[in-house]
Design a protein around this ligand. Structure first.
Ligand code: 13P
Length: 254
C-alpha cells in the first residue's frame, strides 16, 4: 500500500521559540501513525535542526525543507543546496510550491533541475502542482497540471518515481478557506495517476502518494482523505495549531 501522509507546511511563520513550542505541543497531542503513515514537517531553514531534534526517535515523523537550490554549489548567495540539506540529515524537500512558482518565478524547467539535484542527494521531493483560478474557470485544469508534471518529471526514470510524493494544490484553494470539493480533488488526483500510468505504468502510478493541499483542516480532512486517490494532505494554516494538525494526522486512511 502506498504511504498515507500528513505534511505540514509552516511557510514563513513562527519564531524559533514558537516553532519549538509547536513541535513540543504536537508530541503531546493524541495522534497515531501506523506503519503506512507518515507525518512530514516542512519548516523554515533555521528551524530544520531544532525541530528535527525535538522529533528525534519518533517513528514515521520527518522534517522537510521548503525549497532547495537548482544549483549544486558555488556563488549563489542566499541559496541552500540539496547537499547541505543532506549533510544535516534532511530527507524530504518541497519542490515547486505555487508561492515559489509565483514570487520566485520558478519554471517547470527549473523545477526539473531541482528534482534532479534533490534525488542525486537522496532527498525525497514532494513535488507541488496545481492550477490558478482562471484555468479552473476555463475547465482546462487537467491539461495544465499534466503539463506541469510532464515538463518537470517525465525525464525521471521509473525507479526514481518509486515512492515519489506529489502534492496537488489548486492555487485558488490555498489560504482562501475555499477548499476544492472532495469530488474535485479526487478527479484531479485520478488524472495525475492516469498521466503517471501512461508514462511509467500502473505499478509506479500506484506507488506514488498524491497529497491534496488547499485549506485542509480538521473539519474537512476525513472527507478529502477518504477519496480513493487522495493519500493525505499538505497543510498550511491548520498545521500551525497542534491539535488541528494532530486531528489531520488521525484523519489519514488506515
Ligand atoms: P493552506 O492550508 O493554508 O490553504 O495552505 C496550503 C498550502 O499551500 C500548503 O503547502
Amino acid at each position: 500500500m502506498r504511504k498515507q501522509i500528513a505534511a505540514a507546511n509552516w511557510k514563513m511563520n513562527l519564531s524559533l521559540a514558537e516553532a519549538e513550542q509547536l513541535a513540543n505541543e504536537l508530541l503531546k497531542t493524541d495522534h497515531q501513525l501506523s506503519a503506512d503513515q507518515l507525518a512530514i514537517f516542512a519548516v523554515p531553514f533555521p528551524y530544520l535542526l531544532p525541530v528535527k531534534t525535538i522529533f528525534a526517535g519518533k517513528t514515521g515523523v520527518y522534517v522537510a525543507a521548503q525549497n532547495c537550490s537548482a544549483k549544486k554549489n558555488g556563488a549563489y548567495t542566499g541559496e541552500v543546496s540539496a547537499a547541505m540539506l543532506k549533510s544535516i540529515g534532511i530527507e524530504y524537500v518541497l519542490v515547486g510550491h505555487s508561492e515559489r512558482r509565483e514570487y520566485n518565478h520558478e519554471s517547470n524547467a527549473e523545477l526539473a533541475e531541482k528534482l534532479n539535484i534533490a534525488l542525486e542527494n537522496n532527498i525525497k521531493p514532494i513535488f507541488c502542482c496545481g492550477e490558478p483560478l482562471a484555468i479552473r474557470d476555463a475547465a482546462t485544469q487537467n491539461d495544465y497540471v499534466s503539463t506541469q508534471l510532464k515538463e518537470s518529471l517525465f525525464h525521471l526514470s521509473a525507479a526514481q518515481m518509486n515512492n515519489f510524493i506529489i502534492a496537488y494544490e489548486p492555487i485558488w484553494a490555498i489560504g482562501t478557506g475555499r477548499t476544492a470539493s472532495s469530488e474535485q480533488a479526487q478527479e484531479m488526483h485520478a488524472n495525475i495517476r492516469r498521466v503517471l500510468e501512461e508514462q511509467y505504468g500502473a505499478a509506479v502510478a500506484d506507488s506514488v502518494s498524491i497529497l491534496y493541499g488547499g485549506s485542509v483542516k480538521a473539519a474537512n480532512a476525513v472527507e478529502i482523505f477518504g477519496q480513493a486517490d487522495v493519500d493525505g494532505g499538505l497543510v498550511g494554516g491548520a498545521s500551525l495549531v497542534a491539535t488541528e494538525f494532530a486531528a489531520i494526522i488521525n484523519s489519514l486512511k488506515q
